[in-house]
Design a protein around this ligand. Sequence first.
Ligand SMILES: NC(=O)c1ccc[n+]([C@@H]2O[C@H](COP(=O)([O-])OP(=O)(O)OC[C@H]3O[C@@H](n4cnc5c(N)ncnc54)[C@H](O)[C@@H]3O)[C@@H](O)[C@H]2O)c1
Length: 251
Amino acid sequence: MTAHTLDDRVALITGAGSGIGRAMAVTFAKAGARVVVCDIDADGAARTAADIGDAALPATADIGDEASVTALVETAISAYGRIDVLCNNAGIMDTMALPAEIPLALWERVLRVNLTGTFLVTHAVLPHMLRQGRGAIVNTASEAAVRGGAAGAAYTASKHGVAGLTRSVAWAHAKDGIRCNAILPGPTMTGIATAASFDPTGAARLAPVLALGERIAQPEQMADAALFLASDAASFINGALVPVDGGWSAA
Ligand SMILES: NC(=O)c1ccc[n+]([C@@H]2O[C@H](COP(=O)([O-])OP(=O)(O)OC[C@H]3O[C@@H](n4cnc5c(N)ncnc54)[C@H](O)[C@@H]3O)[C@@H](O)[C@H]2O)c1
C-alpha cells in the first residue's frame, strides 16, 4: 500500500492564509512537503508559514493577476527548484445573488478569481511539471461545481468552470505524468461567507438547500482529502470530482 506521504515534494497552495488552504499547508507539511504558502493577504500567508516553520515559504500574490502569478511561480522555483503539487484553493464567495440580480462587476470579480485565477496558476505551473515529468494538481471546487442551487449565479458558474478545467487538464496531461483532480467541499467552517452581505432574494431561495448541510466540516477534513489526491496513493485517480460533504450531495 502506498502511504499518503509527500516526502521530498514541493507544494504550492493558494489561499493558504486561512481556512481550507491553511489546513492544507499544515497537513501537507506534516506529511513531509515543503510548502509555498500563497495568499493575497500577506499577514495571513505569514501567519500560516510561521506556524509551519522552516518547511514553509510565505508568498503574497493575487491569483487573478497574471503578472502576480508569474512572480509567484518564479519565487517558488527559485526557492525550491520544482513544484510537485499545486493546490488551486483560493476563492471568493458571491453574495448568493440570482442570475437576474447579480451586478456585472461582482460576476466578473468572482469569475476572475475563482476560474481565471485557477487557470492562471495552472498555466504558469504546468511547464515546470512537464519538465519534471510529474505533478499533481488538486483544485478546490465546491458542491456548486455540480449543482445549480448551492450558491449564487457567479460562484456556481465559476465552480462549474473549475470542474471543466480540472477534467481538461486531466485529459490533456494524463500521458505526461500529471494528474488533476478536484475536491467538492460541502459547508466548511471557514471565514469565506462571513464577509459577504447576502442578496436577500438569493439567500432566501437557497435557504432550504443550505439547510441540508446539517453537518459543517472542519477545514482539516478537506485537507486530508486533498492530501490523498496529491499523494502517490491516488496515482491512478485523474480527472475526478470528489465530494467531501459528509453525504450532503447524496441526498
Ligand atoms: N467554506 C466552505 O463552506 C466552502 C465550500 C465549498 C468550497 N469552498 C472553497 O474553498 C476554497 C477556500 O475557501 P475557504 O472556505 O477556506 O475560505 P477562506 O476565505 O477562509 O479562504 C480563502 C483564502 O483565499 C484568499 N484569496 C482570496 N482571493 C485571493 C486572490 N485573488 N489571490 C490569492 N488569494 C486569495 C483569501 O485571502 C483567503 O485567505 C475556496 O475556493 C472556496 O470557494 C469553501
